[in-house]
Every structure is written in structure tokens, then in C-alpha cells.
Ligand binder design. Structure first.
Ligand SMILES: NC(=O)c1ccc[n+]([C@@H]2O[C@H](COP(=O)([O-])OP(=O)(O)OC[C@H]3O[C@@H](n4cnc5c(N)ncnc54)[C@H](OP(=O)(O)O)[C@@H]3O)[C@@H](O)[C@H]2O)c1
Length: 315
């Protein structure tokens, strides 16, 4: 049994294990989703400037605080710095923009969204511009800006996302403030055990994104089949009187990772946080372990020739 529903970060702060993902949670639906999540007991919200919906999330949180349902200090809010803004002097202004949208004076966790940078004046997702859109700003420079966010009291913790093991080691060697979190894709198709172990050496906690394998894309050619659709997992879930999503999220939590399933459906939002009242048997864990194929939902292979692309290494 998990004894706690939070994970301790390397700066002593606590992060709730289950958070609500908000990527692709659209205008007009994310406000309701965040409010429903707060009512269901969520205190951890995963946001990003790139998702374009921080205004609506901020409104939902503000309303719930004003209603007296929750206090700001009970919430754990994450946001992320996008790839066009990796220059050291852009980091604090970008966080301030996020804070303004979220209507908050500080963020609990600010992440470098990806280790590779784009030029500032190109598109946010420069697929057709190719290498011409790449910036050679090193994430070590970006990290100096991230540290400033902590020193100014704008971020309680800082971390990274989509960093591989060697990028983590290089960053740790140069950092004054250690990254607290590495947010990476983590689901039974890509269980990330080697990266979890490597990050643990530095007390860095893994947050797992796409924990449900981004099930809305199931059936797309080349897309890894989400484990929640695996007949054996569906059968397994019945045995525990749980849903396949709950079985998968419970498995990931037992690996020591935090999970941030996205949903805009109230029944699923409720379901996804209700994972702490059962324990998976060893043979079921062994089956879920055996699902690991190292196949990614988010390989971003168009950027594979960027010098800081993370997924050319195995770990
Ligand atoms: N750092 C990064 O680079 C990065 C990359 C990707 C994602 N993320 C973060 O991670 C979060 C989660 O990843 P994701 O949104 O890509 O994928 P996901 O959470 O694995 O899957 C979301 C999909 O699963 C559905 N779903 C939710 N709960 C379900 C349940 N109990 N049973 C069946 N289906 C369920 C959702 O549908 P409904 O909404 O219709 O209910 C949605 O279609 C994102 O929202 C974002 O915050 C970060």
C-alpha cells in the first residue's frame, strides 16, 4: 500500500502523486474540468504556456479559492517554458506571463518543456522550417534563468521535461539549484525504469505524462496501442473491481512516479484519482512490466537532428 499520496522532492517540498493533465483540454471545457477536479480532491495541476489555456485554468482556480473550497497553498501548480524562449533573459518574463494568466504570484514547479531550443521569431512548432528554425542556446544557459525564478520567489521548485540521462547528469553537474523533477512520457509501453533509477540518484522525481497512452489516438497507424485497451488489462481490472485506467495509474504510482492523466470527463477525472485503495498482485505487475516496448506517443522525430534532441540515446 502507498502510505502517502504525495512524493517528497529534493528540496523538501511535497508533490501530490496524481495531477490533472491539461494539454488539449479545450477552451470552454478546461475550466469545468479543473473545477470538477478540485471537487474530486485533485490538488496538482499540470499546465504549460504552450497549451494556450492557462487563462481559463487560472479563472477556475481563482473561482474555487474565492468559494473557499481550496486555498492557494494547498495547490501544486506546474507550468513549463516553451522552446522559443530558452534565452536566459526570456525565462523570468515568460514565467511572469504564465503567472498573470494563472492569476497567481508564484508557481509550485516551473519546467523547461524540452531540452532543445527554437529561434524566438519562428513558429512555436516549426516543422516545415527545418534546421533553420533551431536555436543553439544551451539548456545550461536556460537553467540560469530558471534558477533566477526561484531566487525571485516566482517558482518554489524548478525542473525539466523530456531530458535524457546524460542531459540530466550534465545539468546536475552545472546547477546551483538541482532540478526537482524530470517530466517524461511514462506508461506501460515505456515504463522508464532506467531513467527513474538514474534520476533517483539525485533525488529527482519523475512525473509521467501520457500515463494512459493518449488513448484518443488509438488505432492511428504506427501509434503504440494504449495498455488500457489490452484485453488482459481489461480482464485484470475486473478482478480488482477497478477500471483499466486505474490499474495502469496504480502500476505507475507503484514505480514511484507521479501521474498526470488528462481528462475533461467528470467520471474519468474522479476515477483517475481513486487509485490508492488497492494493491496489484505480483503476477499482474509482472504482466504490466512485460508490456514495456520503449515505444513513444511523443517521439517528436522531426527534431531528431537537433543537437539537444533527447531520444537518440536509449535512456
Ligand atoms: N511535458 C511534455 O512534453 C508533455 C507531453 C504530453 C503531455 N504532457 C502532460 O501530460 C498530460 C497527460 O498526457 P496526455 O493528455 O497526452 O494523455 P493521457 O493522459 O495518457 O490520455 C488522455 C486521454 O485519455 C482519456 N481518458 C482520461 N481518463 C480516462 C479513463 N479513466 N478511461 C479512459 N480514457 C480516459 C482522455 O479523454 P477525455 O479527456 O475525453 O476524458 C484523453 O483522450 C497532458 O495533458 C499534459 O498535461 C506533457
Amino acid at each position: 500500500m502507498l502510505t502517502s499520496q504525495t512524493l517528497k522532492l529534493n528540496n523538501g517540498r511535497e508533490m501530490p502523486i496524481v495531477g490533472l493533465g491539461t494539454y488539449k483540454s479545450g477552451t470552454g471545457e478546461v475550466e469545468r474540468a479543473v473545477k470538477d477536479a478540485i471537487d474530486c480532491g485533485y490538488r496538482h495541476f499540470d499546465c504549460a504556456w504552450f497549451y494556450g489555456n492557462e487563462d481559463e485554468i487560472g479563472k477556475a482556480i481563482k473561482d474555487k479559492i474565492n468559494e473557499g473550497k481550496v486555498k492557494r497553498e494547498d495547490l501544486f501548480i506546474t507550468s513549463k517554458l516553451w522552446n522559443n524562449f530558452h534565452a536566459k533573459n526570456k525565462v523570468v518574463p515568460m514565467l511572469k506571463e504564465t503567472l498573470q494568466s494563472l492569476q497567481m504570484s508564484y508557481i509550485d514547479l516551473y519546467l523547461v518543456h524540452w531540452p532543445f531550443a527554437f529561434k524566438e521569431d519562428v513558429s512555436l512548432w516549426p516543422i516545415n522550417d527545418g534546421k533553420a528554425a533551431y536555436s543553439d542556446i544551451d539548456y545550461l544557459e536556460t537553467w540560469e534563468g530558471m534558477q533566477e525564478c526561484v531566487n525571485l520567489g516566482l517558482a518554489k521548485s524548478i525542473g525539466v521535461s523530456n531530458f535524457n540521462q546524460s542531459q540530466i547528469e550534465r545539468l546536475v553537474a552545472a546547477a546551483t539549484i538541482l532540478p526537482a523533477v524530470n517530466q517524461v512520457e511514462c506508461n506501460p509501453n515505456l515504463n522508464q525504469k532506467p531513467l527513474i533509477a538514474a534520476c533517483k540518484q539525485h533525488g529527482i522525481v519523475i512525473t509521467g505524462y501520457c500515463p494512459l497512452g493518449r488513448s484518443e489516438n488509438a488505432g492511428t497507424p504506427g501509434f503504440p496501442d494504449p495498455t488500457i485497451n489490452d484485453p488482459k488489462v481489461i480482464e485484470m481490472a475486473k478482478k480488482y473491481n477497478k477500471s483499466p485506467a486505474q490499474v495502469v495509474l496504480r502500476y505507475l504510482a507503484s514505480l514511484g512516479v507521479s501521474v498526470i492523466p488528462k481528462s475533461v470527463t467528470k467520471s474519468r477525472i474522479q476515477e483517475n484519482i481513486n487509485i490508492f485503495d488497492f494493491v496489484l498482485h505480483d503476477d499482474d505487475v509482472a504482466y504490466l512490466d512485460s508490456c514495456n516496448k520503449n515505444k513513444r506517443v511523443c517521439p517528436l522525430t522531426y527534431y531528431a537532428d537537433h543537437p539537444h534532441y533527447p531520444f537518440n540515446d536509449d535512456v
